[in-house]
Write a protein that binds this ligand. Structure first.
Ligand code: UDP
Length: 468
């Protein structure tokens, strides 16, 4: 008998959508409420499934964790299943991920045995899913890792939507190669969702394409308001910041970050990037730019924070990238090295991890996201919501979030370390500019990048798909 995969059902709570009423304009609130009510009505007796490749670490996990509870709170039976795959499978899908960003992966050619591993793995997952999913259910399949599930789940009679979270601004042959690999799997999808228009693949039926940008939830531990003493308590308790006697307690935080470098002094200015240890987030470039162009001009510290390096199961490259960052730090001149902290955040408890990220983003004088490529870049909206001035690469979805010079600063060429460093220095020195950008940043997120906008668009899409 053919084998089946062991799926993981992610536990989900439910949250009341009504908490958004205060935050939204009346028209947006009514739209949101109406769409959610209609969706719940139309899905009576059916399940809305999400299928992804990891339950934690990275933007997709973040999105599902924060948004799904609102659908459930509105009466939708929504569930989230994580697929199973071997290390070889995830190494392959990580390569595909890089190709989709237009970056040649090691040995760019896709090999026949990899193709085989991909379809065999998803075949095993499809057999396990077939025991759970019923005809008429709606299914959202996230990203290339799980794209091969579209045909078998459509064959079951489910309404299948494929949601891509990655893309590149200008398609190149590297990306086209990955599209060619995946496109045959996508024929039977009822809709394709991309985060931005520029990401839509050539050769897909444009009538089935929708653009829905991601969004953040300001009520989660990642984004909820924290008082200054809470920020300090969390950073002390997690072993990131030095504390004076009696400080450094915060009930929900007990695990400590693993540090390369010293504890951040409570009064030091801090430049912070929070990201998975992914070469496309360019942590080494951030460190080099800081060392060459920020450290000599200011007394600020740099904090590069990310998840414990082996904790994100669909991202096998993390340990290697982290090693590069740590050895680059070692090579710095002692006086600069003393102001660079590499923090691996504890990942055992997602809520604890979220609180630490929240505190770090709030603690930052300048948040940076110097990515070389970026699907959307939730960390940018997270920082903007917290009214932080952000300096980021003008790549991918970051460009949709920050209006350069108004709600943050975009660096046209993120490989230009000097331009990047100069922008950071300017914001560290010019407090009134930093505050102006930060205020606009928060406003922009409230208008464009909060969960109800995304949930409303998605509800309409699902209503459309199941009504066809
Ligand atoms: N993140 C986290 N802990 C970490 C590093 C990152 O919770 O140690 C979160 C971060 O706050 C954001 C998400 O992971 O919510 C990253 O999403 P983004 O879209 O920025 O990038 P991706 O990882 O999807 O490429």
């Amino acid at each position: 008998m053919a084998s089946t995969a062991k799926l993981t059902n992610v536990e989900l709570g439910s949250e009341p959508i009504v908490r958004y009423r205060e935050l939204l304009e009346p028209a947006a609130w009514q739209d949101f409420e109406r769409s959610m009510t209609e969706l719940a009505g139309a899905l009576q007796g059916r399940v809305l499934w999400n299928i992804s490749s990891t339950a934690r670490g990275g933007g997709v996990a973040e999105l599902l964790t924060s948004l799904l509870p609102y659908d459930r709170g509105a009466g939708v039976d929504e569930r989230w299943v994580v697929i199973e795959g071997s290390p070889a499978f995830f190494e392959f899908t990580k390569r595909v991920h890089r190709l989709l960003h237009g970056f040649p992966a090691d040995g760019s050619e896709i090999r026949e045995e990899e193709r085989h591993e991909y379809s065999a793995t998803l075949g095993r997952n499809a057999r396990a899913l077939a025991e759970m999913i019923s005809p008429g259910d709606a299914v959202i399949i996230h990203d290339p890792q799980a794209a091969g599930l579209v045909p078998p789940l459509a064959d079951l009679g489910a309404h299948v939507i494929w949601r891509s979270h990655v893309g590149l601004d200008k398609p190149n042959d590297v990306a086209r190669q990955a599209w060619d690999l995946l496109r045959p799997y996508l024929d039977s999808a009822a809709a394709y969702v991309f985060s931005r228009q520029a990401y839509v693949w050539e050769g897909l039926d444009s009538a089935r394409v929708r653009i829905i940008a991601p969004a953040i939830d300001p009520f989660t531990n990642k984004n909820r308001d924290l008082r200054h003493d809470e920020v300090m308590g969390i950073l002390g308790a997690s072993g990131i910041q030095r504390m004076d006697q009696g400080e450094g307690h915060y009930g929900a935080v007990s695990r400590r970050a693993e540090l390369g470098g010293d504890l951040l002094p409570p009064d030091a200015k801090a430049v912070v990037q929070v990201s998975r240890w992914d070469a496309l987030k360019d942590p080494v470039g951030v460190l080099d730019a800081f060392a060459a162009h920020v450290a000599p001009q200011t007394d600020a510290w740099l904090v590069l924070a990310g998840p414990g390096a082996t904790s994100v199961r669909d991202d096998p490259e993390q340990p290697e990238v982290l090693r590069d960052v740590l050895s680059r730090r070692e090579a710095l001149a002692p006086d600069v090295r003393a102001r660079v902290q590499i923090a691996q955040l504890p990942m055992e408890d997602v809520e604890e991890n979220a609180l630490i990220v929240n505190a770090l983003q709030r603690r930052a004088d300048v948040v940076v996201q110097k990515s070389l490529a970026e699907g959307f870049g939730l960390t940018v909206s997270e920082a903007m919501w917290k009214a932080r001035p952000v300096v980021a690469g003008r790549v991918g979805g970051i460009e949709d979030q920050i209006e350069d010079g108004r709600s943050g600063i975009l660096i046209d060429d993120p490989r230009d370390l000097e331009a990047f460093g100069d922008a950071v220095v300017e914001l560290l020195r010019d407090q009134s500019k930093a505050t102006r950008l930060a205020d606009q940043a928060r406003r922009r997120v409230i208008n464009q990048f909060l969960a109800p906008r995304q949930l409303t668009q998605q509800a309409r899409l699902i209503l459309d798909v199941i009504g066809r």
